[in-house]
Ligand binder design. Structure first.
Ligand SMILES: *Cc1c(COP(=O)(O)O)cnc(C)c1O
Length: 231
């Protein structure tokens, strides 16, 4: 099932990219594996997935230990944190995540920088933006994002790689389009305000129900759970 789902997703991505003139090679699929087993992750990796997303540090640590022993069987695997990160979990998060997508406050970013400096790590992060009023509890307000990023630019142990958003749940994927458009516009604005290009390189948006709309609006990272692991 996982294999069939992934090949269907790849076809759908190819199709929507053809429609809007984009290269499917620039889209990264993050398999969101909260609630799934290490065995299911292995299966997805066997089908070409290399990016794994988790939303809880403890759960991620358990699977990380199962899958990433010192003789590292999956050297190409990249681990993404996609859930709200409490500051008291930052230390553990730094040990395992390649990309923390859910940096939703100045305070959290500063704490990540402080702890990363202690272990000589430069942590890749995305800034989570709350593009809708009701849907998620977390994320920076769009109006505040550029200024927060400016404040973070001086920090040496975080590396801002782009923006992430979670669109509200909708019965029709078209309804999510305005939120994706907003994140894309924010990225363009931030670019104009003098931030280096690579600092807004990633636009992580789109989930199982709406990833095609997100890609049409410029996503280059989509986070898929149900589309990969369920019928
Ligand atoms: C669970 C989750 C996803 C994947 O959701 P699906 O609808 O199962 O594709 C994506 N992003 C975040 C932040 C999540 O928590």
């Amino acid at each position: 099932m996982i294999r069939g789902n992934i090949s269907e997703i790849n076809e759908r991505i190819a199709k929507v990219c053809a429609k809007v003139g984009r290269d499917p090679g620039e889209i990264t699929i993050v398999a969101v594996t909260k609630g799934r087993t290490a065995g299911q992750i292995q299966e997805a990796v066997a089908c070409g997935i290399s990016d794994i997303g988790e939303n809880k540090v403890q759960e991620a640590l358990l699977k990380y230990r199962q899958l990433m022993p010192p003789d590292a069987r999956y050297p190409a695997m990249r681990w993404h944190m996609v859930g709200h990160l409490q500051t008291n979990k930052v230390k553990d998060a730094l040990r395992l995540f390649d990309l923390i997508e859910s940096v939703d406050s100045l305070h959290l970013a500063q704490e990540i920088d402080r702890q990363a400096s202690g272990i000589n790590k430069v942590q890749d992060i995305l800034i989570e933006v709350k593009t809708s009023a009701e849907s998620t509890k977390f994320g920076l307000r769009p109006e505040a994002t550029a200024n927060v990023i400016k404040e973070l630019l001086g920090l040496k142990n975080i590396n801002i790689c782009g923006l992430m958003t979670i669109a509200p749940v909708a019965d029709n994927p078209e309804k999510t389009r305005p939120y994706f458009k907003m994140l894309r516009q924010l990225k363009d604005e931030i670019c104009e305000s003098g931030i280096r290009k690579e600092q807004s390189r990633i636009l992580s948006m789109g989930m199982s129900d709406d990833f095609e709309v997100a890609i049409e609006e410029g996503a280059n990272m989509v986070r898929l759970g149900r589309a990969i692991f369920e019928d």
